[in-house]
Each structure stands twice: as structure tokens, then as C-alpha cells.
Design a protein around this ligand. Structure first.
Ligand code: ADP
Length: 412
């Protein structure tokens, strides 16, 4: 993960329509075709991830009909926010985010009953009557759907773009497609698609299961020619954290879902600041035939790049897989060594970390059948000895590589 913020390192880029909202560099809408796909959860965690990598962030719970952000951030409700002498609303400050939500005004048990025009009026007030100060990103958690409220927002403010959240299910994709078209008609660029509730990784046995299917967001991004920002796994801790006011990005920053958020946030910030993106495209790679072999993007090497962002995988020979990292290092792994390094619950005792896999039982010719990228933060390997539960996070791979000799890419 890069730890430098977008505003420290790079010249500020202008808002699409400067002057309209002074002090705010980018307004980003987070949208979904329907409710329940995790749009608010994504808005909150993405806002926090952007903040952790150095951005100054405001968050508007524009889902005025069903505000859920106060619960997710543990904000008190039913107490109207303070106002400045000039009559500007003072946003709440939570975990370093500036936040405004209808739920703060009405309380949980007193849902707002607003008609269409009123919704638009409140949304406008939430954006231009709030004392935001200087912000890199103002994130709008839009109401689900593609109706009037969303259109009003898209047309009233200089949005830098929209992020579409979808689940891998086909039915939800159909609805998300409608959202994409709506933004297109009002000329709001689509910054990308996030597939939420993707692969479920069992916390006990590390086995991955595609509960709601797989790859739908990616297919949609290809079909519409818009970026695919990544996947967030289905994870029970996202739910418990969300209900307890402790978002996973803060509570478990090294968990797989949190890492997925950091990678997406870094990618998104890079796109908005006009940096070339180094994110690998998703792959399922058949080792024996090289079918689906991923990219190897040497042009993305930056000496100050991230140590744990992979920008290439390659089959060096039948027994060696190479990984190229953004900082220019290359690691070559003997495939049997990788099999022996498996950290799944079958190979390593969960509590004590005691190895359960006896190297004597791993055949010398063990090799991958397929290698699959999981949401840009890990790979899974399906082995020819029938083993398939291992998840190798990119951090783990880099750490394994550090223990052996790393090769600098110029020497290749
Ligand atoms: P929306 O804003 O689209 O209506 P929410 O963000 O309120 O959706 O999420 C709906 C429910 O799904 C919440 O209980 C939330 O905790 C849960 N959820 C969201 N993302 C995930 C995920 N990746 N894994 C598991 N549960 C999730």
C-alpha cells in the first residue's frame, strides 16, 4: 500500500468546474442500482481508506430516505448539528472524516418522510450549506436506484465521477447497468465498478466459495468499457463492524477486506490525480498451458512504488513462478516451496501457528493447476495434489520473497 497521500505528493488537479464548490477538489458519487448491495458500507470504508492514505475527506449520507451511515460510524442521532454564525452546518467529525447525514437530524426511530423535490432540496443543502473546509474528496453515498434524486445530484454539482457498487449476481448487474446509463446520459464519468460480496473466504478452513457467483462486475466493466476497481470479499466481520460503528478498515486494517479497500482507494486516488494505474487485471491462469497468463507490466515499475503491489506474474519455467512488484523487485518462487508455504488451516494450526503439513508428504513434482487473482490482494492456487484451500496474500508472497533473494528487474 502506498502511504503517501494524494495531496502531499502531487500537484492539485482542478475541479471539473472550478469555483462552484471552493475548497473541494473532487466530488465522488457512490451509487448502486438497488439497495442492500453494500453501497453505504463501501462508501464508509472507502472514505476511511482514502483518508488513511492521506486524503482530507468529507462524507455525505445522501441516502436521505434510509440513512445508515450514523450506525456504521457510531454517530449520535436525533441531535441537529451546530451552525456557524454565517448559518453553515458544522459536519460531525468521526475518525477524521467530516460527516453529514439525515439520520443525525431525525434519529433512527423517526425516519424522514420526504417527497421527491424535498429529497433534492436536502441533498443540495447537505452539499453546499455545510462548512466542509478544504477537502480532497467529498464522497456522496447516493440513495439506491436511478431516479430523480440521483439525477438531481448528478446535474447540480460538478461531480468528478461515480463509483458503481454491485454484487456478482446477474440480477443485480442488470440494475447496476441502468445506473451506468443514467450517469452516461448526464455526462458524469464512471470512475469504475466495485464488486461487493464477492468470494467468501472461510475464516476456519480458508476455503473460498463464490456464494453469489463470480466475475459479474468485471464482465460489466468490460462490456461498458469502464474501469474495474476491484472486489470486496463477503466477510462476516464487515457486518459486525458495520453494526457496531467500527468499520473494518479501522478495526482490522490488515484483514483481506480492509486490504481490498486500501488497494481500491489507492487506485481511485491515482485515477483522479491522473496517475497511470498499475492494478493488475483479474486472471485465472492455467499453469500447464499458460492459458490466461497475467500481465507483466515492467513500464509500471517505480522505485518508490509499493512493495506489495504486484504488477506482473510470469511462468519462468515449469517449476518457477515469478512475481514483479511495483517497486521494481522480482521474486522467483519454486512452485513446491510455495506449496510448502501454504498457510491454510489444513496446513498450519490456526491458534498456535504449528505446521501441520509434513514436507515429506508433498510430492516432488507438485505444481499448480490454476492460479487465480483474488481482488488484487491475494492469489489462490489449485494444486495438482488436490489441495485448493490456500490463499497467498500479496503481503505474504513479498515476505516469502524477502527471505530468499529478490532480483531487481533491471537485471532480468
Ligand atoms: P446498501 O447501502 O447498498 O443498502 P449496506 O451498506 O447498508 O447496503 O449493506 C447491507 C448489509 O450488507 C449490511 O448488513 C452490511 O453490513 C452487509 N454487507 C455489506 N458489504 C458486505 C460484505 N462485503 N460482506 C458481508 N456483508 C456485507
Amino acid at each position: 500500500m502506498q502511504t503517501t497521500g494524494p495531496h502531499h505528493e502531487h500537484a492539485p488537479s482542478a475541479s471539473p468546474q472550478p469555483g462552484k464548490l471552493p475548497g473541494i477538489k473532487h466530488i465522488i458519487a457512490v451509487a448502486s442500482g438497488k439497495g442492500g448491495v453494500g453501497k453505504s458500507t463501501v462508501s464508509v470504508n472507502l472514505a476511511l481508506a482514502l483518508q488513511q492514505i492521506g486524503g482530507r475527506i468529507g462524507l455525505v449520507d445522501a441516502d436521505v430516505l434510509g440513512p445508515s451511515i450514523p450506525v456504521m460510524l457510531g454517530l449520535s442521532t436525533g441531535r441537529p448539528p451546530a451552525a456557524t454564525p454565517e448559518g453553515k452546518i458544522v459536519p460531525a467529525d468521526r475518525h477524521g472524516l467530516k460527516v453529514i447525514s439525515m439520520g443525525m437530524l431525525t434519529g433512527d426511530d423517526n425516519p424522514a418522510i420526504l417527497r421527491g423535490p424535498m429529497v433534492s432540496k436536502y441533498l443540495r443543502m447537505f452539499i453546499d450549506s455545510v462548512q466542509w473546509g478544504e477537502l480532497d474528496y467529498l464522497i456522496l453515498d447516493l440513495p439506491p436506484g436511478t431516479g430523480d434524486a440521483q439525477l438531481t445530484l448528478a446535474q447540480s454539482f460538478p461531480l468528478s465521477g461515480a463509483v458503481i457498487v454491485t454484487t456478482p449476481q446477474e440480477v443485480s448487474l442488470k440494475i447496476a447497468r441502468r445506473g451506468l446509463r443514467m450517469f452516461e446520459t448526464v455526462h458524469v464519468p464512471i470512475l469504475g465498478i466495485i464488486e461487493n460480496m464477492s468470494t467468501f473466504i472461510c475464516p476456519h478452513c480458508s476455503k473460498s466459495t463464490d456464494v453469489f457467483g463470480h466475475g459479474g462486475g468485471e464482465r460489466m466493466s468490460r462490456q461498458f468499457g469502464v474501469p474495474f476497481l476491484g472486489t470486496i470479499p463477503l466477510d462476516a466481520e464487515i457486518v459486525t463492524g458495520g453494526h457496531a460503528g467500527r468499520p473494518i478498515v479501522l478495526e482490522k486494517p490488515s484483514s483481506l477486506p480492509a486490504r481490498a479497500y486500501f488497494i481500491i482507494a489507492t487506485d481511485l486516488a491515482g485515477r483522479l490525480e491522473g496517475r497511470p494505474t498499475t492494478a493488475l487485471q483479474p486472471f485465472t491462469w492455467t499453469w500447464a498451458t499458460s492459458d490466461g497468463e497475467p500481465d507483466w507490466v515492467e513500464s509500471a515499475v517505480q522505485p518508490s512504488g509499493s512493495r506489495t503491489t504486484a504488477i506482473g506474474f510470469r511462468r519462468r519455467d515449469a517449476r518457477t513462478v515469478s512475481v514483479l512488484w511495483e517497486d521494481g523487485h522480482r521474486n522467483d518462487f519454486d512452485v513446491r516451496d510455495l506449496r510448502l508455504a501454504c498457510r491454510c488451516a489444513i496446513c498450519v494450526e490456526e491458534m498456535s501457528g504449528r505446521p501441520l503439513l509434513d514436507p515429506k508428504n508433498v510430492r516432488p513434482d507438485v505444481s499448480p493447476r490454476t492460479i487465480t487473482l483474488v481482488g488484487n490482494y491475494a492469489i489462490t492456487i489449485n494444486w495438482n495434489d488436490g489441495h485448493s484451500t490456500g490463499i497467498y496474500s500479496l503481503e505474504l508472497l513479498r515476505a516469502l520473497g524477502e527471505r530468499s533473494k529478490a532480483v531487481v528487474v533491471e537485471d532480468v
